[in-house]
Design a protein around this ligand. Structure first.
Ligand code: NAD
Ligand code: LMR
Length: 441
């Protein structure tokens, strides 16, 4: 079996150790001979890099390992770039959440004004990573988790239409794990139909391989409990705020019980509830910094201090398994079925060709082939049309440095009550993002 060479861009990410552990766990299905980390924050990355060096020396000394902040060293001779950078880091995520909340508007990493602000920071950085990849390893694929995936994907479609980048999201994978538990199966037992945008979609079918439809059974469960399940199958989405989100899916289902909703729809369908439930002084960014970030970096420190990996625990979750499965599908042409963010081009027949949508695709060595999902109903189509326009306006605003378009994007977002609030909010976001955004005219 061919051995591949992987670069993780955003080497200092809290998700890096999980992905490395997943790669080590999959050496029989997806062997690798080289693993590199790249980040633009040398100190942060080194904390994880030093620990992972110990892990790899002990568990897989045959893999060449290095971490670097030099793009040429990092991007040369790689087959896959797994990208998960956070432009502006947690300091800016916190502001993306807290600035909107100060205006009584949803404060979220990827949805509403916070997502737009994050998008305006991410676009340039992702394009830079693509350009490094194409310069130093022109045949490589980039599998990109960096958020906000919807805006990033639209920017890639417009700015780098021929690049080998696939934008992905782990939320549907995590929720499918929950669904499989609800019906007493494993996620591998199930095949889904799904349509929507990233963080904005609906399952229309959840069948086993024999063709039995489980959607009614899952719907009855979700109508009562949301996606809250008893055993921890979706280990990544376990914090208190996530439990509330899984539970809220019950109210998302109520508005159209034909389909199973993506949890992120709560920010668009119940924004007033979200604002009421949020603590403007302690948001998800704080929860992650006090939780996942502390846990991952203290595990790394324990390993480095002891000089052995036997003292520390890096966990594997659905986030890590999805990206490794996807790389494997491309590398070995497995034609696995996966949900990806791709140009619509008719996959949803009554939606625009040039919209980036999230639909099931068959993945092989040419990349994804989207599966036709047919016509979608008026309610979902209307919501999607509004949201995809927000995303397109944000990308155009970045490209053209256009204040007016960004104001329009915020005004159109279902999370923002008026153009007046949109403007006040935008002016605060411009001020906070001076270091990162293009100067708007
Ligand atoms: P993190 O802040 O722990 O890690 C991100 C790393 O990226 C940091 O080490 C930072 O220094 C680095 N970085 C920032 N800008 C960079 C640049 N221009 N070049 C190189 N490195 C850069 O963040 P995290 O919580 O681990 O999340 C990482 C990313 O993954 C975020 O974008 C997050 O939103 C995303 N994410 C996506 C999904 C999904 O399903 N798509 C799920 C979870 C997280
Ligand atoms: C994260 O930081 O985990 C996010 O990307 C998703 C979440 O849980 O807020």
């Amino acid at each position: 079996m061919k051995k591949h060479s992987i670069l993780i861009a955003g080497g200092g990410s809290t998700f890096t150790p999980g992905i490395v552990m997943m790669l080590l766990d999959n050496m029989d299905r997806f062997p690798i001979d080289s693993l590199k980390l790249y980040d633009n924050d040398e100190e942060r990355q080194a904390k994880l890099g030093r620990a992972l060096k110990i892990v790899l020396t002990e568990k897989a000394p045959q893999i060449e390992f290095e971490y670097t902040t030099d793009p040429e060293k990092a991007f040369t001779n790689v087959d896959f770039v797994f990208a998960h950078i956070r432009s502006g880091k947690y300091r800016m995520r916190e502001l993306d959440e807290k600035i909107p909340l100060a205006h009584n508007v949803v404060g979220q990493e990827t949805c509403g004004p916070g997502g737009i602000a994050y998008g305006m920071r991410s676009i340039g950085d992702i394009v830079e990573l693509i350009d490094f990849m194409e310069k130093y390893s022109p045949n490589a694929w980039m599998l990109n988790y960096s958020n906000p995936a919807a805006i990033v994907a639209e920017a890639c479609r417009v700015l780098r239409p021929n690049s080998k980048i696939l934008n992905i999201c782990d939320m549907p994978v995590g929720t499918l794990r929950r669904m499989s538990q609800i019906v007493g199966l494993t996620p591998e037992d199930l095949e889904v139909k799904y349509f929507g945008l990233n963080h904005f979609g609906w399952w229309t079918s959840v069948k086993d391989h024999k063709g039995h439809e489980y959607l009614p059974e899952i719907r009855d469960y979700v109508a009562e409990h949301g996606y809250l399940t008893k055993v921890e199958v979706d280990t990544q989405h376990m914090d208190a705020s996530w439990q509330a989100t899984h539970k809220k899916a019950k109210d998302l289902l109520a508005i159209d019980p034909r389909f199973l909703p993506n949890t992120y729809l709560k920010y668009y369908l119940y924004p007033d509830y979200v604002v009421e439930e949020s603590d403007p002084n302690y948001t998800r960014a704080n929860e992650v910094m006090d939780g996942r970030e502390k846990n991952v970096f203290s595990a790394a420190k324990r390993i480095v201090d002891a000089g052995t990996s036997s003292v520390g625990e890096f966990n594997i979750d659905s986030h890590a398994s999805f990206i490794v499965d996807l790389a494997r599908a491309i590398a070995f042409n497995t034609h696995e079925r996966m949900l990806l963010i791709v140009p619509n081009n008719g996959a949803i027949s009554n939606f625009d060709d040039d919209a980036m949508v999230e639909v099931p695709c068959i993945v092989g060595n040419d990349g994804p082939e989207p599966l036709a999902q047919g016509n979608i109903p008026m309610f979902q189509r209307g919501m999607m049309y509004e949201q995809v326009t927000v995303e397109k306006l944000a990308v155009q605003a970045w490209i053209e440095h256009d204040y007016q378009k960004l104001w329009q994007a915020l005004s159109l977002s279902k999370t923002v009550p008026s153009a007046q609030v949109a403007k006040e909010l935008l002016d605060d976001l411009v001020e906070a993002n001076k270091e990162f955004w293009p100067e708007l005219k």
